[in-house]
Every structure is written in C-alpha cells, then in structure tokens.
Write a protein that binds this ligand. Structure first.
Ligand code: GAR
Length: 201
C-alpha cells in the first residue's frame, strides 16, 4: 500500500514511521511526504531518508482552504497514495480532502480523546491537573480531533512533571503506537462500524 505522511513541524513521528518501514515493521511504501510549512524539519528528514516525493505548498498561494486541499489531494492521487498519515499536520482538513480519502486518513493526537482536543493538548492536560493523559490514533472526519478512535495508550502525569518531561514521555509512546497502528491498518486488521473500530485478528 502506498502511504503519504503530512507534517507541519519537527517530524519526530515521521522519523519513527521511516524507521519502522526500514525495519519492515510497516508493510507499506512511503511515496510522499508533504508539508504546508517550507521550513518544517520533517521535509529535511524525508529528503535524508530518500522519500521519492518530498513536497511543500503554502496556503497563502491559494484562494481558499478548499483550493489548497484540492491541490494536495491532486498531488497525492498522482502518486497513487492510498493511506494518508497525519503526523503533526496542523491544518484542519476541508471536506474536499476528507471525501477524497474517506476512512483512509489517520491522525495522532497527544491526549486521550475526547479530552483535550486542539493544538495544545499536552499543556492543556497539565494545566487542567489531569492525572492521566495519553495518545490517540484516530480516523479523520470533518470535525476536529473527532473521528473514530483506532488506538489509545495512557500516560500517567507525575506531580513534578513539566511540559518538557510530559511531552517527552508522550512522544515516546507516540513513536511506538503510531507505527504499530499504521501497520495494523495497512494489513486491514480493523473493522469500522459507525464510531467503533474493532481489531479483527
Ligand atoms: C505530536 O505530538 C502530535 O501528536 C501532535 O503534534 C506533534 C508533532 O510532533 N499533533 C497534534 O497536536 C494534532 N492535534 P512531530 O512533528 O515531532 O511528529
């Protein structure tokens, strides 16, 4: 299966996915890495790893969110991408994108959804005084941080945690959970009925 990773920033999840692909722990081909940010370190990681298509488009060059997404979809379709993996891609996908890859877009979120949606989930959990947070991998639908949950893992918040210490434990869990879940998804090991995703085998 051809996959694409979309990332806006550092790309540590992308790196974990690349490592898992190399180790054949994900049975797929990474065809495209795309970013909406020209300076995303994820693009450098992709180039270093020899990903065939490493691309960037800037939203400010398009008249609307839909026009931007249509251009990204065209790029992915051209490369025959079958599964889109969001890894720190900090844009809300428009219906144009969601419909083009219905039930074929995964996202990772650094909290146990539906708690702490949004772009500051780790800081939000810490400031809220939560004792447990974690990581969610979910299918992407038209609402933010909302689609059916594919996998979750809990991370305990310690009394003396700072943003940095908690982030570092969460990222560690992400780097294990995401490649594993992508591989299971690629192998068709999940059945989706409404909101409920069940592992089959
Ligand atoms: C990850 O922690 C991911 O869960 C988060 O962005 C980070 C990207 O890190 N995504 C969201 O908050 C989405 N709402 P990375 O660029 O090092 O992979």
């Amino acid at each position: 299966m051809n996959i694409a990773v979309l990332a806006s920033g550092n790309g540590s999840n992308l790196q974990a996915i690349i490592a898992a692909l190399k180790a054949k722990k994900i049975k797929a081909t990474l065809k495209v890495v795309f970013s909406d940010k020209a300076d995303a370190y994820a693009l450098t990681r992709a180039e270093k790893a020899g990903v065939p298509v490493v691309a960037h488009l800037s939203a400010k060059d398009f008249s609307s969110r839909e026009a931007f997404d249509a251009a990204v979809v065209a790029l992915l379709k051209k490369e025959k991408v079958e599964l889109v993996v969001l890894a720190g891609y900090m844009r809300i996908l428009s219906p144009v994108f969601i419909k083009a890859f219905a039930d074929r877009i995964l996202n990772i979120h650094p909290a146990l959804l539906p708690a702490f949606k949004g772009a500051h989930a780790i800081a939000d959990a810490l400031h809220y005084g939560a004792k447990i947070t974690g990581v969610t991998v979910h299918l992407v639908d038209e609402e933010v941080d909302h689609g059916p949950i594919v996998a979750q893992a809990a991370v305990l918040i310690k009394p003396n945690d700072t943003f940095e210490t908690l982030s570092s434990r969460i990222h560690k869990v992400e780097h294990e959970l995401y490649p594993k879940t992508i591989d299971a998804f690629v192998r068709g090991k999940f059945k989706v009925v409404g909101r409920v995703v069940t592992k089959v085998g």
